[in-house]
Design a binder for this molecule. Structure first.
Ligand SMILES: Cc1cc2nc3c(=O)[nH]c(=O)nc-3n(C[C@H](O)[C@H](O)[C@H](O)COP(=O)(O)OP(=O)(O)OC[C@H]3O[C@@H](n4cnc5c(N)ncnc54)[C@H](O)[C@@H]3O)c2cc1C
Length: 503
């Protein structure tokens, strides 16, 4: 049997590095396995990445982190989903909740009855059958706590938080739990001449740090995986049109919404992410249709409140690392690639990659089949996500700018084309293995972009239309009245988790 891994080195102390460190301290580090994180005192972290999806709640919980303590420390607010403004047509909006819609009727999925009612000319909106949508519409928040059968419990939530404060929080947590922290620049990565494995990294004071496994969390450049090992990026710009961003933070003017706002703009889209103490704003755009100055002007014209930092510009290398695991180097976060943040997946991809690492945790023989399997699973996950992101652009009916006309006509993968056509036929959602977005998310998009199937599922015909209407009305009323009982998002924060002082 090959020897066990004894030493792990993480290079990079942005959100990724500290998420990896915290997680390794919980699942892997012990008396026999040491974990060291090396972080440059000179190279700053990206510091954006403030909207999350619900698995971040589970991530922190599994680490044993107290939720209220975390929320206070990171100035976090709650997120029930994303409001999409002006994506289908200017003036229209829809919500993508972290939730399912309605309840099965006669063992047939709920949305087929919505399709039937639409086909019969009745005015029906899928969003009226999600408690999370009802809460969001009212600007209210409650944590899901009813029985599993209740549509009032069938939703999840995530956070908006200050990414730098989150990294700081996890830094403290990790060090308390045995992770060694070195503040230094890695200036060389030393490979074994025969095997090509990483043997050590050299710090700027000349010290060499050896390890069995290296985790590259060094950001876009991928100092180890790319710089030393030459693993490149698979270009995704064919499917995802936005390749630049500008971002600015502003004072909070209104009460924070319990959701992210993604507003379509002339050459891309703008995010608004409310925290307890400020608003994060950014504009992601296509350099083919908009230059940096135009983007800055458009962002500044669409923010509320006084700016509290300088506007920041990002070139986004849109692409996924060809493989995230090569020899004894495992890449995470921006070192593993970048998909645009439309569905706030950056931090979630760190979590899912870590789970794969633990599932196939190596010994010193670094079994090639395990490595290949992790890379296969990761690449499949990315392909599915890219399809879902591309859907947001492809389904637009906007033709008022060159960018949106381009999106309507842009190429899409065969798998996405197949999914759209299957939905257009009878309203069925195609789900492949390793989908990050479940049926309800795809439904949110199809309905939000007003894509209606030509026919509805034949089983939805078995019940008299009046009974269906009555059933739906009851569901809608119960969700709306329950939503009105909940506290406003701001009241909920004030009562349970108000950050003690503004940062
Ligand atoms: C515009 C934009 C918006 C985004 N929005 C979201 C979002 O809403 N939600 C979401 O989940 N994700 C989002 N992301 C992604 C998210 O920001 C990243 O996943 C997250 O910040 C993690 O970054 P990182 O830690 O991998 O890299 P970085 O933040 O770049 O950190 C790299 C670390 O490596 C260190 N380092 C670099 N070189 C060396 C060296 N030579 N020696 C030692 N240390 C070194 C640096 O000091 C730093 O600590 C967004 C990204 C961008 C660009």
């Amino acid at each position: 049997m090959a020897d066990a891994i004894r030493k792990i080195v993480i290079v990079g102390g942005g959100t990724t590095g500290w998420m990896a460190a915290a997680s390794l301290s919980r699942y892997v580090a012990d008396k026999e396995i040491s974990v060291t994180l090396i972080e440059s005192p000179d190279i700053g972290a990206v510091g954006v990445g403030e909207a999350t999806i619900p698995n971040i709640v589970a991530f922190n919980k599994e680490l044993g982190i107290d939720e209220v303590e975390l929320i206070k420390a990171t100035q976090a607010t709650f997120k029930l989903g994303i409001e999409f403004k002006d994506w289908h047509k200017k003036g229209e909006r829809f919500f993508h909740p972290f939730a399912d819609y309605g309840l099965k009727i006669d063992n047939v999925e709920f949305h087929h009855y919505v399709n039937r009612m639409k086909a019969e000319g009745l005015d029906v909106n899928l969003q009226d059958y999600s408690f999370a949508c009802a809460l969001a519409k009212e600007g209210r928040f409650a944590q899901p706590n009813a029985g599993p059968q209740s549509p009032l419990a069938d939703y999840s939530y995530a956070y908006h938080f200050d990414a730098s404060l989150y990294a700081k929080f996890l830094n403290k947590f990790s060090v308390q739990n045995g992770i060694k922290h070195i503040s230094a620049n890695v200036c060389a990565v030393n490979l074994n001449n025969d095997s090509g494995f990483i043997e050590s990294v050299t710090l700027d004071d000349g010290l060499k740090i050896e390890a069995d496994l290296f985790i590259d969390c060094s950001g876009f450049k991928g100092l180890l995986i790319n710089g030393a090992m030459g693993v490149g990026l698979t270009d995704l710009s064919k499917w995802l049109p936005c390749d630049r961003a500008v971002a600015i933070q502003t004072e909070l003017v209104d009460e924070p919404t319990p959701y992210t706002i993604a507003s379509a703009r002339d050459a891309g889209w703008q995010w608004c992410i409310p925290l307890q103490h400020r608003m994060g704003n950014g504009y992601i755009y296509s350099s083919q249709f908009c230059d940096n100055q135009m983007a800055q002007d458009e962002l500044l014209a669409n923010i509320k409140g006084k700016a509290i930092n300088d506007i920041r510009q990002f070139d986004l290398p849109l692409g996924a690392r060809e493989v995230i695991w090569h020899k004894n180097c495992f890449a995470l976060g921006l070192a593993a690639g970048f998909l645009e943040p439309l569905e706030s997946l950056g931090l979630s991809l760190i979590q899912t990659a870590l789970t794969k690492l633990y599932t196939f945790f190596p010994d010193k023989s670094f079994n090639q089949h395990d490595i290949k399997e992790v890379n296969r699973l990761h690449n499949t996950e990315i392909e599915r996500i890219v399809d879902f992101l591309a859907l947001h652009y492809k389904l637009t009916s906007r033709d008022d700018t060159e960018f949106w006309r381009y999106c309507q006509n842009m190429p899409i993968s065969d798998s996405l084309a197949h999914k759209i056509e299957v939905f257009k036929s009878q309203g069925h959602i195609v789900q492949y293995d390793h989908e990050s977005f479940e049926e309800a998310s795809w439904l949110s998009m199809y309905h939000g972009f007003n894509v209606n199937p030509r026919r509805f599922d034949v089983r939805a015909k078995n019940i008299n239309i009046d009974t269906v209407e009555k059933n739906l009305l009851q569901m809608k009323n119960s969700m709306q009245s329950a939503a009105k009982q909940a506290m406003s998002h701001q009241e909920f924060i004030n009562k349970h988790c108000r950050a003690v002082c503004d940062i």
